[in-house]
Design a protein around this ligand. Structure first.
Ligand code: ADP
Ligand code: MG
Length: 376
């Protein structure tokens, strides 16, 4: 009888025990090197367990440093511990319109909201009513909240919520997560105070920390002995160079494992990892574009439009498009883009005029521009 093409021959050498532990959406039970951040969240949510008013949080830090994972982990624990607490998680890439978000929240609070034919302001008043009546303590998480500030409608929603939290003295806790350190500065000073209440800054991981994280995840995902000794240190060093991003580190391990299974080699080695770097890098860099702030995105665009552009030219071009930056600030932004591996720079001699730096993108122009334009 003909064998089905999906049937395994039995000769494949597996390396994974269960690869799902390396999926980006998997929420681990242990998050090494995030004790301080987790404790701060637990402390802030504590009053909520007793029916009191919890803190609001502003969670901020670069991409891939465990912001989403820590918040989700703490909220899972909270809801398991107390019937009183219920959390609603919304990612603002997915939900960024006032209408959609208010509907979600009103529904979550137990107010029936028809899907069609209801004005946004009507939903807003239903939301306020439901909030007063709710027999549990709601926690609302807005992840990637900077996405809301791109449009007037989204900003209005954010202000609605902040005002409710600030003035109505509601028992609702708001958790805003962002990779934009300057987010609070962009907000109106009247609502800023409700946010600065509890700010938790997540720093990039060091190579040693990334190693611990990878070891932890790998112990669940791989069969024992399936990982070559050098694989984790190399993956950690690589991700550290790309800005201390745990997502890149974990994803490269997953791809390396798949590569090893494809080759049927029975063991993951550095050569598999190196192969995985290329695909992970391009994909995660492109994804990372959504996390750039406005100034960084504009700079990247200017560099993509003219590979090899000098820093002086960038300074002028930037000033022509938006408010001029200080040279110092421009240098910081460029260093940041280089550290995150979006661009690379070279020293250029200008003869008797001294030296300057030229900048070029590390990504192919076309997908890069597409991604940058998508985010405007
Ligand atoms: N300390 C950690 N231990 C284990 N896994 C982690 C840790 N920090 C981050 N991760 C994992 O790395 C990936 C990126 O983390 P995430 O929370 O999404 O980052 P952020 O929200 O800051 O961009 C996720 O798959 C997450 O599970
Ligand atoms: Mg996140």
């Amino acid at each position: 009888m003909k064998k089905n093409i999906f049937e395994r021959s039995g000769k494949e050498k597996q390396v994974f025990k269960d690869e799902k532990y390396l999926y980006p959406e998997f929420v681990p039970e242990r998050l090494p090197h995030r004790d301080r951040e987790i404790d701060a969240l637990v402390y802030g949510f504590n009053p909520l367990v007793k029916g009191g008013k919890p803190h609001n949080f502003f969670v901020v830090g670069p991409t891939g440093v465990g912001k989403t994972a820590c918040v989700k982990y703490v909220l899972n624990e909270l809801q398991e511990y107390s019937d009183r607490a219920k959390a609603l998680y919304l990612n603002c890439f997915e939900f960024n319109a006032r209408h959609a978000i208010l509907s979600k929240i009103a529904n979550f609070l137990g107010a029936p909201v028809p899907r069609r034919g209801i004005a946004t302001d009507e939903i807003y008043s239903r939301f306020l009513e439901a909030l007063k009546k709710a027999d549990f303590s709601p926690v609302i998480v807005l992840d990637e909240v900077d996405q809301l500030l791109l449009k007037a409608d989204g900003s209005k929603l954010l202000y609605d919520l902040l005002r409710v939290v600030e003035y109505e003295r509601a028992r609702v806790a708001l958790v805003l997560i962002s990779n934009d350190i300057e987010l609070t500065a962009k907000l109106d000073s009247r609502v800023r105070s409700s946010l600065t209440e509890e700010k938790i800054v997540f720093e990039s991981y060091t190579p040693a920390q990334l190693k611990d994280i990878l070891r932890e995840r790998a112990s669940f995902a791989f069969l024992s002995g399936a990982l070559g000794e050098e694989v984790i240190p190399v993956a950690a060093a690589h991700a550290a160079r790309l800005g201390g991003d745990a997502r890149i580190a974990i994803e490269s391990l997953l791809k390396a494992g798949r590569e090893a299974e494809k080759e049927n080699s029975g063991k993951v080695e550095v050569k598999h990892l190196k192969k995985s770097f290329e695909s992970v890098d391009a994909v995660s860099l492109l994804k990372g574009i959504r996390h750039l702030n406005e100034s960084e995105a504009l700079l990247l665009k200017l560099i993509a439009e003219k590979p090899g552009i000098f820093s002086g030219e960038l300074f002028k071009a930037f000033g022509g498009k938006t408010e001029p930056l200080s040279e110092r600030r421009l240098r910081d932004l460029l260093n940041g883009l280089e550290k995150k591996n979006f661009v690379f720079s070279e020293q250029v001699s200008l003869g008797n005029k001294g030296k300057t730096r030229s900048f070029s993108c590390r990504l192919p122009r076309e997908p890069l521009m597409r991604e940058l334009n998508r985010n405007q």
